[in-house]
Design a protein around this ligand. Structure first.
Ligand code: C5P
Length: 279
């Protein structure tokens, strides 16, 4: 932690964008049970919001997915603030479904650290996705999530995110994985145009998709619905259950989102892009 980390917050607000794993290869397992990953991570234009105002450390939660998320001491926002050694009244507006493979808690923890302007030495202690969420730009993520490598500029992609309205516990999905030593991602080219990015992503996988579907078959329904609605590529993000479909442009994504509406499903058209162009 930086020596200047002890200060409290002034007023600060941070966007906590959804993290999307365009690819997620599980390449091994360590003796302690944790899995080695190789993933191309990008961020969406939809996300939670964190606001901090001066005061003792506290957390209030509002927004469409506030119900079901406890503001107790284990909440990742409060754990992040304690790791930062910072005080402040945190307000979390929860727009993203819980336990859904798109960063959620990690994005929120990273937003709290950004709001406090604190960069802990080991943000992965808060969760495997916290380092990449703290960086907040497309990166190749390896190891347990702590090894981050730059990637070439990626063209923006119009997508629809679909969640079947049920959460999945990440450890359960890893436990259901049968093949743990899969090949790594191929090397990234030095330049990506849209067709090249789609071809690259299509040649890769999410190794957690099959085990997640075995636990929650509705994920296959989401993927099939995205394909039926015209997605060029449909895949699950992270350990699920949220899926993304890539569409030719924003208009096609918006039209598809209307067709994808189902009772209980969370369906959001958005853009995967560099943070300069989202928010
Ligand atoms: O770090 P995070 O809280 O996201 O991880 C949740 C769980 O997912 C871990 O407790 C572990 O069971 C599993 N996991 C794993 N290998 C990783 C990341 C997470 O096995 N690289």
């Amino acid at each position: 932690m930086t020596p200047t980390a002890q200060s409290g917050a002034g007023e600060a607000a941070e966007f906590a964008p959804a993290k999307i794993n365009l690819t997620l290869h599980v390449t091994g397992q360590r003796a302690d049970g944790y899995h080695l990953l190789d993933s191309l991570v990008v961020f969406a234009g939809v996300g939670d919001r964190v606001e901090i105002s001066p005061g003792p450390l506290s957390l209030t939660i509002d927004g469409p997915f506030a119900a079901g998320l406890s503001a107790d001491a284990d909440n990742l926002c409060l754990r992040a603030a304690r790791l930062a050694g910072s005080e402040g009244a945190i307000r979390l507006t929860k727009n993203l479904p819980l336990a859904s493979g798109i960063g959620g808690g990690s994005a929120d923890a990273a937003a709290v650290l950004r709001a406090f302007r604190v960069w802990p030495e080991r943000p992965e202690m808060l969760g495997a996705d916290v380092p990449v969420c703290l960086a907040g730009r497309p990166l190749r993520m390896r190891g347990l999530g702590e090894i981050l490598e730059p990637v070439p500029d990626l063209p923006p992609l119009a997508v629809v995110l679909v969640n079947p309205g049920k959460g999945l516990a990440t450890p359960d999905v890893f436990r259901a994985l049968t093949q743990r030593d899969n090949p790594a991602m191929p090397d990234l080219p030095e330049f990506f145009d849209r067709a090249g990015l789609l071809a690259f992503v299509a040649a890769c996988r999410n190794d957690l998709e099959a085990p997640a579907i075995s636990l929650l078959p509705e994920i296959a329904d989401c993927l099939n619905a995205l394909r039926d609605a015209g997605a060029e590529l449909a895949r699950m993000s992270g350990s699920g259950a949220t899926c993304f479909g890539i569409f030719p442009d924003a208009e096609a994504a918006a039209t598809a989102a209307e067709a994808l509406a189902r009772p209980g499903w969370w369906v959001v058209p958005t853009t995967l892009a560099s943070p300069q162009t989202i928010g």
